[in-house]
Write a protein that binds this ligand. Structure first.
Ligand code: GLN
Length: 301
């Protein structure tokens, strides 16, 4: 393919490349320059990320790029440089793109809400595989990814709650886009829920990082994702204590609770479930082999 390219900007060094692109702009040149800048900024997978930014910004597919079926706009939109610079400052790609995928469904994301993680699909898949009733409560819902994907894929009647109004606004947008008709409440864990409500299933991915560990996280997480969605207080277990204590009052007889946990929190969280009277307490790993989800059944009603 390189034989079909004229004296390409790709063959020049970085400085002249920018100048050359004034006269002869190609997607290859934009891609090469983006990759170079991302590498310099220390972004892992710079090549892949350059491609995501390029394909999303210019709405160009892999085949169109490879076969040169789409020509570059004569004026490169300012948005391209802006987006590239945001990523070079290590803002997460998903905030820049504004959307991500969870359980095969599209979810809007933006600063102020935790970006859905693939690890969390372990929790959603476990709920889908279990025999449960239909009333589901998703606490610390964030973008709504767990509760709304379960509503869509498992036919659950979902109630979502989050302390962050900003997160809840994103969850509401996702609720509308997915057509899921979940009910949303702004409040601390169970605080804003209708009194007397009972659920078959409670799910939560609460903040669980130990406060002292937060500074050691990768820049994208540490500097851009909401602390409030990450910080599980001194030992990381604050919200599991509250959840295991408070959940029984909100569960129907035989109701279940599923929580995401940090890789090193399995035994401690299993113990909290058992101490609060949950039975059939089980731990599951994510695809990377790390402990990731604890589930318990509440029968002592
Ligand atoms: N899984 C997230 C991370 O590793 C943490 C999410 C949470 O605290 N609930 O950054």
């Amino acid at each position: 393919m390189s034989s079909s390219r004229k004296s390409g900007p790709k063959d020049m060094d970085g400085a002249s490349e920018a100048q050359a692109s004034q006269t002869e702009i190609s997607y290859e040149a934009l891609f090469g320059e983006a990759k170079r800048q991302l590498l310099q900024a220390g972004v892992p997978d710079a090549s892949l990320e350059a491609w995501y930014l390029l394909s999303d910004t210019f709405e160009i597919g892999r085949a169109e790029y490879l076969w040169k079926r789409k020509s570059c706009p004569p004026q490169i939109p300012q948005r391209w440089q802006e987006r590239l610079q945001r990523r070079c400052r290590r803002e997460p790609l998903m905030y820049i793109l504004g959307t991500t995928e969870f359980m095969g469904l599209p979810f809007r994301v933006r600063p102020g809400v935790l970006i859905p993680r693939q690890d969390t699909e372990t929790l959603a898949e476990w709920v889908l595989a279990d025999e449960t009733g239909r009333q589901l409560l998703d606490l610390c819902t964030g973008s709504g990814c767990i509760g709304l994907s379960l509503a869509r894929l498992g036919g659950f009647e979902a109630t979502l709650s989050d302390l962050s109004e900003e997160a809840l606004a994103v969850a509401q947008e996702n609720n509308r886009l997915l057509g899921t008709q979940a009910r949303l409440y702004a409040g601390d864990l169970f605080d804003a829920l209708p009194k007397g409500a009972r659920y078959d299933v409670i799910v939560a991915n609460p903040p669980y990082i130990e406060s002292s560990v937060i500074e050691t996280l990768q820049e994208e997480v540490r500097d851009y994702e909401p602390r409030m969605a990450l910080d599980g207080r001194a030992d990381g277990l604050h919200f599991y204590r509250r959840l295991t204590e408070e959940a029984p009052a909100w569960l129907k007889p035989g109701g279940r609770m599923y929580v995401e946990i940090g890789y090193n929190q399995g035994p401690a969280v299993e113990r909290l479930f058992a101490e609060a009277g949950f039975s059939e307490v089980e731990l599951r790993r994510d695809l990377a082999g790390n402990d990731r989800v604890v589930r318990g059944v509440y029968r002592n009603v």
